[in-house]
Ligand binder design. Structure first.
Ligand code: NAP
Ligand code: MG
Length: 532
């Protein structure tokens, strides 16, 4: 049977722009200038629609210019979490009682408002987390797409209610997916718009209420999201925002008895701790976690090397490698490894290092001091245990503001099992490994606890087929010169990982995402009373 393509209304998606590049640059530059004049305020928690003060605050500065203060943010505590969870619990019955079409309408309205304000939101991303303009806009577009796609999925599935027939006469059966209750949402710094809004609205569209904690480095964009949701008509108490640290806010949120499920995107270690907490506390709700990656790319002797160099450079160094999908290790067939490596090094050295809001910026400053320390430490280790072909320096110059700028780094002569080639670093750091053939390359690519993204460069049909059959990875890309492993689009390329890269094996921006936020109920009625 031929499968029917799901109606693919790409035109509803923001990824296709209608403005010219000139208009894009002008609007973005204006938004940056305006934002710079308004930054530096103090931001409370947001519980039951109201601002809630805390005793302490933390200050966020811009990674590209640490003299620029993004703002002062309420430093949440376990008490604040408790208050927010209570608000979410109190709102649950009313929210689950709203019709699914009403929830979808609010999400669509929010998406439209985000779209209207996309330059303003992209500017917040650039200054708060260091994304260049195209990557910042892609993050905003992706968030908007999540909202539109999930709304459409909710509708397409009729709110996830099915008539399952009459197994015997007069016995009427329906099958329902029902919300769990309160979800804790814990987000990462690297897609603080798309992933934070996607996770939050996954929970909310399916009838749950939420207490959300953004990464400590990106609280401002979380406030923007919550503001838009509220303006779009989301009732108070459905999404409550508690800013603060992982241990001070994230942990008590996960441990709170009234939190039924958690949706998390971040590192493997924190994700595992959350799962462990759920297990120890005998909670039955889901831990929907998208975790790390150590994404392998294979370049065979049959590759178009120009495509391979471009794909690896963009995959490894876009947003300076601070993506779960970043290209991290490259297995190259011996016959072409020298040529590939030389070209990669020379293209890497040509990448300019600029403030992220600059029109030609490609690389990004590192998010925080601990990332910069990790960079120094792995570059030192690489110099001792392998060969650093280019990179390994932090960059300061008179032309650059005082930010965390570092060189993209290409390393070789590191054994494939070494921790530099095994652990996720989340930095502009890529290791190159010669291999004798495709079989060795695939075996080594799969020798990882992660299985998020993978790339192949080969013009040979049988190599492509073999790779698809054997590669252990959630997202697999062939000859993607735009980027070997990063840059998935909602709906077309659902995003998630195998093995330790995720906990549910169902992907964000995909068709099986929403049902994870619900539990199944079979309803049987004999006779006519109570039939809906
Ligand atoms: P992270 O350090 O794991 O932090 C993620 C979130 O967890 C932050 O909000 C953090 O708060 C919080 N947190 C820290 N400790 C916690 C605890 N004990 N209990 C509860 N929450 C806690 O990750 P990140 O540095 O923000 O992001 C990088 C990681 O995210 C990488 O591993 C990357 O691969 C992964 N990631 C995966 C995907 C995917 O879709 N698979 C997408 C993006 C990122 P603080 O910020 O306050 O520490
Ligand atoms: Mg972190």
């Amino acid at each position: 049977m031929e499968s029917e393509p799901f109606e693919n209304e790409q035109t509803v998606f923001t990824q296709q722009r209608d403005e010219t590049m000139d208009e894009f640059h002008r609007s973005y530059d204006r938004a940056i200038e305006t934002l710079k004049t308004t930054l530096g305020g103090t931001h409370s928690l947001r519980i039951d629609g109201q601002p809630v003060e805390t005793d302490d605050h933390f200050t966020v500065t811009s990674p590209g210019d640490t003299s620029l203060e993004i703002g002062r943010f309420a430093d949440g505590t376990a008490d604040a979490v408790d208050r927010a969870v209570t608000a979410a619990s109190d709102t649950f019955d009313e929210w689950r009682g709203t019709h699914w079409s009403e929830r979808a309408e609010i999400a669509r309205e929010a998406a439209d408002r985000m779209s209207d304000r996309k330059y303003e939101l992209a500017a917040v991303l650039t200054l708060e987390n260091g994304k260049n303009r195209t990557e910042a806009m892609a993050d905003i577009d992706e968030g908007i797409d999540f909202l539109r796609f999930y709304s459409r999925e909710l509708e397409r599935n009729g709110g996830y209610v099915l008539d399952t027939g009459e197994p015997t006469p007069r016995q009427h059966c329906t099958n329902h997916l029902e919300p769990f209750g309160v979800f804790g949402v814990v987000g990462p710094f690297n897609f603080p718009f798309a992933i934070f809004s996607g996770m939050t609205m996954g929970a909310v569209l399916t009838g749950n209420t939420v207490v959300a904690k953004p990464a400590s480095t990106t609280p401002l964009i979380a406030h923007e999201i919550v503001n838009v949701l509220s303006e779009a008509g989301l009732p108070d108490g459905v999404v409550n925002l508690v800013t603060g640290g992982g241990r001070a806010v994230g942990q008590p949120l996960v441990e709170h008895q009234a939190v039924d499920g958690v949706v998390f995107t971040g590192s493997r270690d924190v994700g595992r701790t959350i799962q462990q907490t759920f297990f120890e506390q005998e909670k039955n709700g889901p831990v929907i976690a998208e975790l790390g990656g150590k994404n392998p790319v294979i370049v065979t002797a049959n590759a178009d090397l120009q495509k391979a160099v471009s794909g690896v450079k963009n995959g490894a160094f876009g947003f300076s490698g601070q993506k779960c999908s970043a290209t991290a290790r490259v297995y190259v067939e011996e016959g072409v490894v020298d040529q590939f490596t030389q070209r990669l090094v020379s293209e890497t050295e040509a990448l300019p290092i600029q403030p992220p809001e600059h029109e030609d910026a490609f690389l990004a400053p590192l998010i925080d001091e601990s990332a910069e320390e990790r960079y120094r430490s792995i570059c030192d280790a690489a110099r001792e245990e392998g060969t650093v072909l280019t990179g390994r320096n932090t960059v300061a110059s008179a032309d650059l503001p005082d930010g965390r700028y570092v060189e993209p780094t290409v390393v070789t002569d590191i054994p494939h099992g070494h921790e530099l080639a095994r652990e996720e670093h989340f930095l502009p750091f890529v290791t190159i490994h010669p291999v004798s053939d495709l079989d060795e390359a695939i075996t080594k690519a799969n020798e990882s606890e992660y299985g998020l993204c993978a790339g192949l460069f080969s013009e040979d049909e049988s190599e492509v087929t073999e790779w698809f059959e054997r590669i252990e990875s959630g997202m697999c890309y062939v000859n993607r010169h735009q980027s070997a492993t990063t840059g998935a689009l909602v709906q077309a390329q659902p995003f998630g990982g195998w093995k330790s890269s995720g906990t549910t094996s169902k992907f964000a921006g995909g068709y099986w995402y929403l049902p994870q936020f619900m539990r199944e109920q079979t309803r049987t009625v004999v006779g006519e009373v109570g039939r809906q």
